[in-house]
Design a protein around this ligand. Structure first.
Ligand SMILES: [Zn+2]
Ligand SMILES: [Zn+2]
Length: 245
C-alpha cells in the first residue's frame, strides 16, 4: 500500500495560507519526499513527520518553492537529528551544484566532512530512470521556465505508481505520463488559462477524457483554485491531507 501525505499544497506564494510544495510518499520499504519547498520544515513538524523517516528527497525543478527547504532540512538532519542513515537527493541535472549553492547562499554551506550521515546526489535527466531509495523513478520534461530544469516525477514500487507533475503548463504528452498511475498529483495554479507555464482548471477540464489513470488530485493551488475547493471538476489537495492508494 502507498500512503501519500500532502505537506504543502500552495503555489509559489503561499496562496490561501497554504504551505509550498512537498508531498510525502510512503511505499513498502521506505519513504520519499517529492519536492521540499521553503515551508516544508514547518509542515513536517505540524504533521508529526520525522525527517529520519525520509530515505530520499526528489526534486521536480529548481524553483525555491520546490527545493528551497533543502538547506534547512540538511541543517536539521545534522544538528537536530544527528542522522546516521544515508540520505539521497535526486533531481534534474545539476542538482548537486544547485543544492550546494543554495545552501551556501543561505548561510549554511554543506561541509561533507562535518556531516553525520552519508549524503548522495542523483541526477534524473529527462526520461532517465533510477532506483532511488525504495522507489523506481522516471522523470519527464514539463512545460515550465526552462532555466529551472522542470521535470515531472513518476515513481513506482512493485505495481504501485504515483505520478507528480511538479510545475507545468499544458502539453500534449502529459496524459501519457500519468497513464496507469493509481494516483496522479497534478498542479493547477490557475482557474482559467493565462500563464503558459502553469496549468489551469479550464485546460484540465477540456482534457479530462485523455487521462487514463486512477485518482487525480490537484495541488500547487493558486488563490482562485484554492478558494474554490470542493466546487471544481477534480479533487483538490489540502495541507495535511492523507491518501492511501
Ligand atoms: Zn511552484
Ligand atoms: Zn516552478
Amino acid at each position: 500500500m502507498t500512503e501519500v501525505v500532502f505537506v504543502g499544497t500552495s503555489d509559489a506564494f503561499g496562496a490561501g495560507g497554504r504551505r509550498q510544495a512537498a508531498v510525502l510518499v510512503r511505499m513498502p520499504g521506505g519513504t520519499v519526499l517529492l519536492d521540499c519547498g521553503m515551508t516544508t520544515g514547518t509542515g513536517m513538524n505540524a504533521l508529526g513527520i520525522a525527517r529520519e523517516e525520509i530515505d530520499a528527497i526528489l526534486i521536480s525543478h529548481f524553483h525555491a518553492d520546490h527545493f528551497g527547504g533543502i538547506p534547512q532540512f540538511l541543517l536539521a538532519t545534522l544538528y537536530e537529528d544527528r542522522r546516521r542513515r544515508p540520505l539521497r537527493i535526486a533531481g534534474p541535472p545539476g542538482v548537486e551544484a544547485r543544492v550546494r549553492a543554495a545552501s551556501a547562499a543561505l548561510g549554511h554551506p554543506i561541509v561533507d566532512a562535518e556531516r553525520s550521515h552519508p549524503l548522495a546526489f542523483d541526477e534524473l535527466p529527462t526520461r532517465g530512470e533510477a532506483e532511488i531509495g525504495p522507489v523506481h523513478v522516471t522523470s519527464f520534461a514539463t512545460r515550465h521556465q526552462p532555466d529551472a530544469m522542470p521535470h515531472g516525477l513518476s515513481i513506482r514500487n512493485g505495481s504501485e505508481k504515483v505520478v507528480y507533475t511538479g510545475d507545468t503548463g499544458w502539453f500534449e504528452g502529459l496524459p501519457r505520463f500519468a497513464s496507469g498511475a493509481q494516483l496522479f498529483v497534478c498542479e493547477c495554479t490557475q482557474l482559467v488559462r493565462g500563464y503558459d507555464f502553469h496549468l489551469s482548471h479550464e485546460e484540465l477540464v477540456e482534457h479530462k477524457g485523455a487521462f487514463d489513470c486512477g485518482r487525480i488530485v490537484l495541488t500547487h493551488l493558486g488563490t482562485d483554485t484554492a478558494s474554490r475547493r470542493g466546487k471544481l471538476a477534480f479533487e483538490t489537495a489540502d495541507d495535511g491531507m492523507v491518501i492511501r492508494v
